[in-house]
Design a protein around this ligand. Sequence first.
Ligand code: ATP
Length: 249
Amino acid sequence: AGASGLGWSVCLSESLDSTNAEVLRQLSNGVSAPLLVVAETQSSGRGRRGRLWASPFAENLYYSLGLRIEGGAYPLEGLSLSVGLAVLRALREAGCVAVGLKWPNDVLVSGRKIAGVLLELSGDPAGSCQVVIGIGVNANMLPGRADIDQPWTSLRQELGSVVDRTALVLGLSRWLQHYLDVHRDRGFSALRDEWQAVHLWQGREVVLSAGPQQIEGVVLGVDGLGALRLDVAGEERSFSGGELSLRLR
Ligand code: ATP
């Protein structure tokens, strides 16, 4: 543990079950927030809905930042979208300019996943709670290294050279600090135009899966709280929540 230039507590670990889980454990044991946990590998790295995040040793970034917040005073709506902007800026700064976002939490290059964001909450969202911002970035993973059931890529594959993961941690942390500050002070609505400008599926025909339900529509954008706005048979509807998933029609 130590302190980063940002005044965060920092914990670097060789191996963890999940960096998100470790942040929640440490925060509940009284470690001061913001708390950054980075691991070289995760035995059960988490995606959404109990899915796994492939985490081969020393190849990628497995990064979680924990915050203690007073729920009422901190706007949680749209937070994962604000975080997506930080990831996007960090990847662009690393030289990967073709990167874009897919609602709600994917970071893609040419339709292939290069990074993902997973927010988890513990405590009472209306009172005091802990938020963990989990970020996985594929840095140096090469094809065939991981068993992933959808198209993916890594910075190394996109740039053709090995990426310095320390520089990536520092860049990502600076961008996160920036977007978290804007988000805390002005909410996601201040970032909405910027987010829509990098949303890959603006105007596209999509199918939204909400559990067993499938809704077809055209992407209009997002609202000031980060909810997805769809034109569904000529009527505008908004969707939010952690269980939603988009694909192209
Ligand atoms: P979608 O939006 O495509 O429905 P999702 O947002 O539910 O997916 P997540 O839960 O964020 O996906 O991530 C888990 C999924 O991502 C896994 O099921 C796998 O398909 C894929 N995946 C797992 N590890 C990686 C990785 N290192 N890089 C890219 N994709 C991965």
